[in-house]
Design a protein around this ligand. Sequence first.
Ligand code: ZN
Length: 386
Amino acid sequence: MESLSSWLRRIAASYGMYSDALLEYGLGQRELSDPELDLNPPTDLLEELAKRTGLDQHRVNAMTMAGWVPWLFDSLIPAPGAYETYVHQLSVLLPPKRRNIYAPRKWRPWLPETGARRGCPDCLESSPALLLFRQLPLMASCLVHGRRLETYEGHPPDYILWATPAHDQRPLPESLSLMDRRTWQAITTGSVDLPRYPVHAGIWFRLLRTLLDELTTAQGRYGRQLEDVRRVWEHCGHPFRAGLYSWQPFETLHWAVQQQLLEAAAAAMELIEAGSLTALGTSAHLLRPEPNPRISDGTRPGTRTATAQEKPTLDELWKQATDAPEVCIAAAKVDPLVAQQLYDFARYGCRSEESVGSLRETFAELHIPLDFCHKQRINDPLPDLE
Ligand SMILES: [Zn+2]
């Protein structure tokens, strides 16, 4: 998945032009910086490019971050409560509601405030195409060449200066390669084969971001899981909490620290999959191979009791919503928390005020109470896409 700015640069080069000239004289646009092109460029530019190149509109959109709403981002517009919605619906290492709920200002998942230049030296040697997702701290390795991604300065292919210190030649842990393969599968196919069952890409990205939050939360919140979390850090060989003294959102951390956190997340997944961590989070079972008694215990639809332990989690809801929608709806009618999770999940797919409106109508028709929809959630800004 090449980024739009990189693609335009290569198209322009084939005409012997620079991309700003192509934008201005060839496409009638004002000058747009690379970050503007890759984040959320004007819709008419994307339409024009699709028309002229004959590429499918979705293929062109997917070269921008805006094309990844709602799977990777709930929205590109920072909103109050966005962090909680993205990072606190799931839990993995720690029981739900254990972590501090931070509310970083202007936060968007995965997007650093200043763009990072990150790449695989082998990839850039063979092709000048820059991949969109390498701008995000989402993967730490190149799957083709089996090596770590590194940061650089300059403008490939003309000039490039790798910023990674030469001593950083640690071998790539197998757990990290596996996690990155799963992330790549999410990006390219829309779902990820986890030991239990395939999950939607939207779940995978949130699961990963949740784990990163658990690994950076204040040490005082770990309680009896402190030993487990310490073992994760020992297993991956990095300092506890990647050496952080105070909390910061993952997105604003230095790449060296982000790498340590990604490796710790991969190590945690490996330990959970091997059954050697207790992992009391509601989504930890997704990483374990054995069947989940809570889903396959033969309980008849609608007879589930709404005790704290049996509340389905977001990913179980997704599974149930595709397997047996009536179970999910029945649970949502009696349990406001389930109703809220179902609503939030369905809302990922809404790209306009109208579609949120029709979602609410559907809930009303199904007699699912929407009491949980306090003002802020209803008025969440929506991405300006279609
Ligand atoms: Zn590579």
